[in-house]
Design a protein around this ligand. Structure first.
Ligand code: B12
Length: 231
């Protein structure tokens, strides 16, 4: 890899896309881990993983790639990001619960967002797709969570749950994201709609729930600590 992260990430994106077409899991994993080491979680998610996800989704819709590619890439991304989930510990750790509302299955961008919060020293507890609102509320109580992020593509996923969202938002900061959240005509005033830009959204959540003193360094790339971050 060269010294210019922009060039590396463009190349990484092309290689991940090619590996997806070839269903080549080991190349995909190697390229992504390299990108994460060199450029960190934020840049790799926004410049490599999300664009590939979008390309694969569009190509799948138009028939240029098959359902096999969509499944393959989703599973491979989850696997690689899972490898990075070192436990975060200490009094300064904040806990976030991630979930998709009931009947919402588009959970992958939310998982990617979780990796970005993890890199900011959040303990990320993911309930995944199609989560009952009662389960979300129970998880927040049990974990004494500091925040909740819900994401969905369909407006109805949120619209049908406005009373539960309002109740939940009275107990802790509640963020909603994705096309469905943005399409809400009138989100409850206590609920924050996150921007599409994942870095801006992560910064917003991070700033809204300040950690206690002695924050450890953000788990982002520094020239001298990339090895320790990714182990
Ligand atoms: C992959 C996919 C699926 C996968 C989901 C895999 C997964 N685990 O996530 C599966 C197979 C499960 C699926 C199922 C269905 N899907 Co689908 N799916 C897609 C597809 C092809 C790609 C979505 C994607 O991941 N895009 C990549 C991401 C990066 O882009 P994005 O979703 O636009 O997100 C952007 C922003 O919204 C934002 N964002 C999104 N989430 C979050 C979260 C956070 C925290 C933040 C900060 C930002 C953020 O970030 C992105 C920035 O560009 C799209 C079509 C497309 N080409 O986009 C349809 C699409 C989303 N699906 C659709 C539909 C209708 C369905 C189904 C009902 C059946 C069907 N016809 O396919 C089912 C069931 C859905 C349900 N009940 O939830 C529709 C949604 C229409 C709507 N608004 O209601 C779409 C648009 C297809 C279409 N043109 O009709 N789908």
């Amino acid at each position: 890899m060269g010294n210019d992260p922009a060039i590396d990430l463009d190349l990484a994106r092309e290689r991940v896309m090619a590996a997806t077409r070839d269903l080549d899991g080991s190349t995909l994993r190697d390229v992504l881990l390299d990108a994460l080491l060199v450029s960190g979680v934020d840049a790799t998610v926004t410049r490599v993983i999300m664009p590939v996800l979008k390309d694969v989704g569009d190509a799948w819709e138009s028939g240029r790639l098959g359902v096999v590619h969509e499944h393959f890439v989703s599973s491979a991304f989850r696997g690689v990001l899972g490898e990075l989930r070192l436990p975060v510990q200490g009094p300064q750790v904040r806990t976030v619960v991630l979930a998709c509302p009931p009947r919402e299955l588009h959970d992958l961008p939310l998982e990617l967002f979780g990796a970005m919060l993890h890199a900011r020293w959040w303990r990320v507890v993911s309930l995944g797709a199609n989560s009952p609102m009662t389960a979300v509320a129970e998880a927040t109580r049990f974990l004494r969570a500091d925040a909740v992020v819900l994401a969905g593509v369909r407006r109805t996923a949120f619209e049908a749950r406005l009373p539960s969202l309002t109740r939940l938002a009275r107990t802790l900061p509640l963020f909603v994201a994705g096309e469905g959240a943005k399409a809400l005509a009138e989100p409850p005033p206590e609920v924050t709609v996150l921007p599409d830009d994942l870095v801006a959204a992560a910064e917003l959540v991070d700033a809204r729930v300040p950690a206690v003193d002695d924050l450890p360094p953000v788990l982002e790339r520094r020239d001298d600590d990339a090895e320790s971050v990714l182990g």
